[in-house]
Design a protein around this ligand. Structure first.
Ligand SMILES: O=C(O)CCC(=O)C(=O)O
Ligand SMILES: [Fe+2]
Length: 373
């Protein structure tokens, strides 16, 4: 038995009860259904698209970030080295001998690619690597650049080693995916697709979870595999799309999707996909993220606040009173300069300098923006 097969056996044994692995439902034979997922009818693509070169940052912030509305961005990753290096051949060439996290285990990329080619699993193992800057994988960091629209990230004021996990390199064969979920701590996310196609389904935060499952499917546990949800529940949601305020689309290579905080979303890969995603805290989701961070990551939150205390004690003090932290300054494309954030005006007129701090920290403590640009 090769170590690779041995590893697979271990992963399957570990997940036997949890994940309905294997090919019980023979989805690998459902070619027609897979084709429909890859090429849906036009109505099943109702997300808005904007080319980032046609608008300034204000437009995106006002229309989508502030309005908490998903959008598909084009023109945001055209010049990334990733577009050459993250093909199947590229991954083999540049990362074949590097290890990546697959179902909690470390697997060589070359073995994972072999697995992707051969698997008949209903819900194949997904490669989800969060430590992009470690163990020889650090080339990944130079393969992409955080799009300008998402550069300023308030968690970026603390070292990467301390902040909650925030970026993932994601590889998955056809039939893999992420079942319906909300992202951690109320953060928003962008997800850039380099290879293949991703079918996305999204619901606003105020839609209760029960609504995404037809009543006859009592066991929601079965649906922590994306493929089962997309096959059994998604058609029901299509019928109730209006009431559920459902947004759906098929993302193509080179497109970057924006997922506002707390929106429910599920992803299905109808073919082999390679993507990178980052979660972030901005002016628009800050209040929510801070409240959740305080509740769910109390110790980290203290440290986060300390950094802010250090930068601007008066403001941090005020922030404690108000139970939210002010944001500092934002780079404004149209004004070509730094501007204070509105919410701050009542707290302090001085320079908060959060971003300066993030930008000047050491490489091990660099912000998401500086580490990947
Ligand atoms: O499978 C995907 O690409 C979606 C990833 C995602 O939603 C997440 O990491 O939270
Ligand atoms: Fe997500």
């Amino acid at each position: 038995m090769t170590p690779y097969k041995h590893l697979l056996t271990r992963i399957y044994a570990k997940n036997k009860n949890k994940h309905n692995r294997g090919h019980k439902r023979k989805f690998y034979k459902k070619k027609k259904w897979m084709k429909k997922m890859l090429k849906p009818v036009a109505e099943e693509n109702n997300i808005e698209y904007i080319n980032i070169n046609d608008h300034d940052g204000h437009y995106f912030r006002k229309m989508f970030e502030k309005a908490e509305k998903p959008v598909m961005l084009t023109g945001a990753c055209d010049d990334w080295p990733a577009s050459k290096k993250w093909s199947k051949d590229g991954l083999m060439k540049y990362y074949g001998d590097k290890m990546f996290k697959v179902a909690g285990e470390q697997m060589y990329m070359r073995d994972y690619l072999k697995y992707c080619k051969r698997t008949r699993d209903d819900s194949p193992l997904y490669l989800f690597e969060e430590a992009l800057d470690q163990a020889g994988r650090d080339g990944l960091i130079d393969d992409y650049t955080v799009p300008e629209l998402f550069k300023y990230d308030y968690y970026g004021a603390v070292p990467n080693s301390v902040r909650p996990p925030f970026r993932w390199f994601i590889v998955g064969p056809e039939r893999s995916g992420s079942t319906i979920h909300q992202d951690p701590l109320g953060t928003s996310a962008w997800n850039a697709l380099i290879e293949g196609h991703k079918k996305w389904v999204m619901f606003p935060a105020h839609i209760p979870r029960e609504k995404f499952y037809p009543k006859k499917y009592k066991s929601k546990d079965a649906y922590h595999e994306a493929i089962y949800w997309f096959h059994d529940c998604y058609p029901y949601c299509v019928k109730h799309a209006k009431e559920l305020e459902m947004i759906e689309c098929v993302q193509k290579p080179g497109e970057v999707i924006f997922v506002p905080g707390d929106w429910w979303h599920g992803v299905f890969n109808p073919d082999f996909t390679v993507a990178v995603t980052q979660n972030f805290v901005s002016k628009y989701n800050f209040k929510r993220v801070f409240a959740r961070t305080k509740r769910e990551r109390a110790r980290f939150c203290q440290r986060w606040k300390k950094v802010l205390d250090y930068v601007e004690p008066d403001v941090a003090l005020k922030a404690n009173e108000l139970d939210h932290i002010p944001y500092g300054r934002r780079w404004s494309e149209s004004d070509s300069g730094w501007t204070d954030i509105d919410a701050l005006s009542t707290l302090s007129t001085s320079d908060i300098g959060l971003y300066d701090l993030a930008a000047s920290s050491s490489s091990s403590s660099s912000s998401s923006s500086s580490s990947s640009s």
